[in-house]
Design a protein around this ligand. Structure first.
Ligand code: NAP
Length: 276
C-alpha cells in the first residue's frame, strides 16, 4: 500500500517540500506520496491524533506548529527538545517520534556546499529567532571554536547563549557585531532582513568583513539577497538558503525511508521552482 507523508503548518500552500519528496519517492521506487495539510493552530492536537489514527507514515512540521506539536508526541529526540521545536515526525509502528532536521540540515549544507570543516572556526550567527535556535544548537555539536550571536533584541541572544554554551559563545548587539566582523571565519544571517518584499534591507554592515571568509544567508527568497551580493563583492564565499531547505528535507526523507535522496536533484527542482 502506498505510504502517506506530508507537511502540517499554517499556511502551507507555497511549500516546495512536495516537489522534493515526491520526486525522490519516484526516483527511488518508493510507493509513497507527500501531501500538504493546512492545520489551524487550535487543531494541532487533533492533527497529530489524525496522523496516528490514519497511520500516516511521517510528517514535516512548519511554522507556527514546530513547538506546539511536542506535547502530543510519544518521544522527542534530545536535540529537538533542546531547540524546543520539531520539524520532522516519524511514525514508528504507531509511536510518534519528533526530530529537528533544520539545524543539522543547515550545518550539513554548510559543510558540503562550501566544502569546509567547521573545526576551530569562529562563527557569528546573526538573529536569535526560530531559525537561529536550530542552527546555534547544531553548531554547538561541531568542533567550532566560537559560535557568537548578535541580535536586534540583545536579550534574546543572551537567553540563547545561556541555554547553549556560555564558554564558547558571546552575545552582541548588531552594532557591536559590525565592529567585530573581521574576527569571524563564517558569518550567518538567520534573520528575515532582506527577504522578499523588503529586498533592499541588510541585517548588518559588511564594511569590516575580512575577505576570504564565508558569508551565509538562510533566506531563499530572493535566492541571492542584496547582503550576499555585497559579501561576494567584498571577496567572501557565499551560500544562500536553498541548501538548508534541501538538506533539512533530505534528512527527514532519510529518517522516514532509511535512504539518502539525490540532494543535487532536489536542489535543482527547488531552484527551478524559485525561478518561476
Ligand atoms: P523569527 O523566529 O521570527 O526570527 C526573526 C529574526 O529576525 C529575529 O532574530 C529578529 O530579531 C530578526 N529581525 C526581524 N526583523 C528585523 C529587523 N527589521 N531588524 C533586525 N532584525 C530583525 O523567524 P525565523 O523563523 O527564524 O526565520 C527567519 C528567516 O529565516 C526567514 O527569512 C525565513 O524564511 C528564513 N528561514 C529559512 C529556512 C531555510 O530552510 N532556508 C528555514 C527557516 C527559516 P528580534 O529578535 O529582535 O525580533
Amino acid at each position: 500500500m502506498e505510504k502517506v507523508y506530508g507537511l502540517i503548518g499554517f499556511p502551507v500552500e507555497h511549500s516546495l517540500s512536495p516537489l522534493m519528496h515526491n520526486d525522490a519517492f519516484v526516483r527511488l521506487g518508493i510507493p509513497a506520496r507527500y501531501h500538504l495539510f493546512s492545520v489551524e493552530p487550535e487543531q494541532v492536537g487533533a492533527a497529530i491524533a489524525g496522523v496516528r489514527a490514519l497511520g500516516i507514515a511521517g510528517v514535516n512540521v512548519t511554522i507556527p506548529h514546530k513547538p506546539a506539536v511536542i506535547p502530543f508526541l510519544d518521544e522527542v529526540d534530545e536535540q529537538a527538545r533542546r531547540i524546543g521545536a520539531v520539524n520532522t515526525i516519524v511514525n514508528d509502528n504507531g509511536r510518534l517520534v519528533g526530530y529537528n532536521t533544520d539545524g543539522p540540515g543547515y550545518v550539513k549544507a554548510l559543510e558540503e556546499e562550501m566544502d569546509v570543516s567547521l573545526d576551530d572556526r569562529r562563527i557569528l550567527v546573526i538573529g536569535a529567532g526560530g531559525g537561529a535556535r536550530g542552527i546555534y544548537f547544531s553548531l554547538l555539536s561541531t568542533a567550532a571554536e566560537r559560535i557568537d550571536i548578535a541580535n536586534r533584541t540583545v536579550e534574546k541572544a543572551e537567553r540563547l547563549v545561556r541555554e547553549g554554551d556560555a564558554r564558547r559563545s558571546a552575545y552582541f548587539s548588531l552594532a557591536e557585531a559590525e565592529k567585530r566582523l573581521a574576527e569571524y571565519d563564517i558569518i550567518i544571517n538567520t534573520t528575515s532582513v532582506g527577504m522578499h518584499p523588503h529586498v533592499e534591507a541588510q541585517p548588518l554592515s559588511l564594511e569590516r568583513l575580512r575577505p576570504g571568509g564565508i558569508v551565509s544567508d538562510i533566506i531563499y527568497n530572493p535566492m541571492e539577497t542584496k547582503w550576499l551580493n555585497e559579501a561576494k563583492a567584498r571577496g567572501a564565499r557565499v551560500q544562500n538558503g536553498v541548501g538548508m531547505l534541501v538538506y533539512q528535507g533530505a534528512l527527514a526523507f532519510e529518517k522516514w525511508t532509511g535512504q539518502w535522496p539525490d540532494v543535487n536533484r532536489m536542489k535543482q527542482l527547488v531552484i527551478e521552482a524559485l525561478r518561476r
